[in-house]
Design a protein around this ligand. Sequence first.
Ligand SMILES: Cc1cc2nc3c(=O)[nH]c(=O)nc-3n(C[C@H](O)[C@H](O)[C@H](O)COP(=O)(O)OP(=O)(O)OC[C@H]3O[C@@H](n4cnc5c(N)ncnc54)[C@H](O)[C@@H]3O)c2cc1C
Ligand code: FES
Length: 271
Amino acid sequence: MYKILYNEKIAPTIFKMVIEAPLVAAKAKAGQFTMIRIDEVGERIPLTIADIDGKNIAIVYQVAGVTTYRLTEKKTGEFLSDVVGPLGHSTDIRKIGTVCCVGGGVGIAELYPVAKAYKSSGNNLIVIIGARNKELLIFKKELENLGAQLFIVTDDDSLGEKGFVSDVLKRLMDSGDKIDLVYAVGPGIMMEVVSNLTKPYGVKTLVSLNTVLVDGTGMCGSCRVQVGDETKFACVDGPEFDGHLVNFKELKARQNLFKEQEKHACKIRGI
Ligand SMILES: Cc1cc2nc3c(=O)[nH]c(=O)nc-3n(C[C@H](O)[C@H](O)[C@H](O)COP(=O)(O)OP(=O)(O)OC[C@H]3O[C@@H](n4cnc5c(N)ncnc54)[C@H](O)[C@@H]3O)c2cc1C
Ligand code: FES
């Protein structure tokens, strides 16, 4: 059993939870995730390890359906039955030069540990974050504290500049400043647009994919994704892949595989 030390709303529909999970915390690295289960009858869901502090890990979750809704009801001092991990490959962090980290929506929390690790490895760090409005823009202070060049965009112009993260990225690429690596995490469409944008410039681009994971151990195949000529499993081969090789069309179709069941589960629970 894994004790919940904190569970608070940090933005509309987005919560941060801190869990005592010493074995996961001891091994977790930037880019990895955990599979959690609320109780013995709950489904497993994957969530990125957004931060580590001693024997505790932080997860940041957006309410998307039954399990994330049920998580919001958990109180400090209560327990989760399973917190498995760290899972997936960690990000290959080393000194590359200039790294531009791009995050959208709840993906900003997933970006934070990666941006932090690139910065502490001596890279020149540019961070571009965006959300629908300023209330949904999470981790602003944490990213400001990294000492990176930070760009903020909102769809509705309520903070930073109006537009999409890809608008800022395009401006930076067009300006001719050298960017050695782009790392993007957020909604599928955002990662696709970013990958299409950087391809003609020949700038290596990594994306962290949110495919549907069931077992998280490479056994069930639900998370499969086409990367170039190869079929990969996001849980064990990823979750990061070369954005220029990912088949985003297939990815989008597979993300809707369980839509009917998800809708039904919400309906019977009155969510
Ligand atoms: C490697 C990885 C890391 C992730 N990290 C985060 C994170 O840090 N914060 C966050 O808010 N979300 C994250 N997600 C997405 C998160 O797992 C889903 O939002 C969550 O599973 C929704 O479950 P639900 O029961 O609340 O919603 P449901 O109603 O069951 O589903 C809503 C939508 O969530 C997605 N989803 C549902 N079940 C799964 C599943 N088992 N695996 C993946 N996606 C699913 C689907 O797109 C689905 O349409 C991550 C996904 C992956 C693959
Ligand atoms: S989640 Fe089952 S193979 Fe990846």
